[in-house]
Design a protein around this ligand. Structure first.
Ligand code: ACO
Length: 191
């Protein structure tokens, strides 16, 4: 995804972690022009992700990020667009208080880190960028993917999780979240 401004100046790292402040690095603090560019990138990504998932409205936007305690991992490719860089995609996660049905169908309360939105630009999908971004997040959070919940996962995300992390056995829930068998097995061991 190309922008009229310099992506490499805005995001110095290959993967940038953004929180509700929307400040990618120290040089952007107190710079309304750079903040506006960050907001523009997030809004455009949110719109593209919603379109890819055929959602009626984006679940990710700069204003939603500012209002919620989520984290957004943004991946760039520094070499494209004449050296200005392009945005490859993003992954948004956050803690969600959920009532889940365990393997016995008993309600339990949990607050797992959840995948809330995930998008790689169309022409770059199936090139391993999604895996790079997801693995970065797992290391950053020191977490196994089986311990996470997935909000309304698309068929592409379910295929991605099965391929890269062998997550196939989901446990039926009454909400839109998907969790896998190991979520409950590992919780039992940890308790
Ligand atoms: N059809 C089916 N499976 C796909 C597709 C596709 N078009 N694209 C990716 N995948 C899955 C497959 O398992 C694929 O392996 P394969 O090519 O051997 O079949 C694997 O992902 C490829 O892995 P990566 O290259 O690392 O993944 P990618 O960079 O494509 O990122 C992502 C995966 C984020 C799901 C991407 O395909 C995408 O943006 N899809 C559109 C938006 C979307 O559905 N996002 C998930 C929303 S749900 C949520 O966020 C909770």
């Amino acid at each position: 995804m190309e922008f009229s401004f310099d992506i490499n100046y805005l995001f110095s790292e290959r993967v940038t972690v953004l929180d509700q402040t929307l400040v990618p690095c120290r040089k952007s603090a107190g710079r309304p022009d750079l903040q506006a560019h960050v907001a523009k990138v997030i809004d455009e990504l949110g719109i593209a992700s919603a379109k890819a998932q055929q959602l009626t409205a984006p679940v990710t936007s700069a204003s939603k990020m500012q209002a919620q305690r989520h984290q957004l991992y943004l991946l760039k490719d520094c070499k494209s667009n004449g050296g200005s860089g392009v945005v490859v995609g993003f992954l948004k996660v956050g803690y969600k208080k959920l009532f889940l049905l365990d393997l016995q169908g008993v309600h339990i309360e949990a607050e797992p880190l959840s995948v809330l939105d995930f998008y790689i630009v169309e022409n770059l999908q199936r090139h391993g960028y999604g895996l790079e971004l997801f693995d970065f997040m797992l290391k950053h959070k020191n977490l196994e993917p089986v311990m996470m919940a997935y909000d309304r996962p698309s068929p592409k995300l379910l295929s991605f999780l099965a391929k890269h992390y062998c997550l196939t056995q989901s446990v039926p829930q009454v909400n839109n979240f998907v969790v896998f068998e190991g979520f409950f097995l590992n919780r039992a061991v940890a308790q």
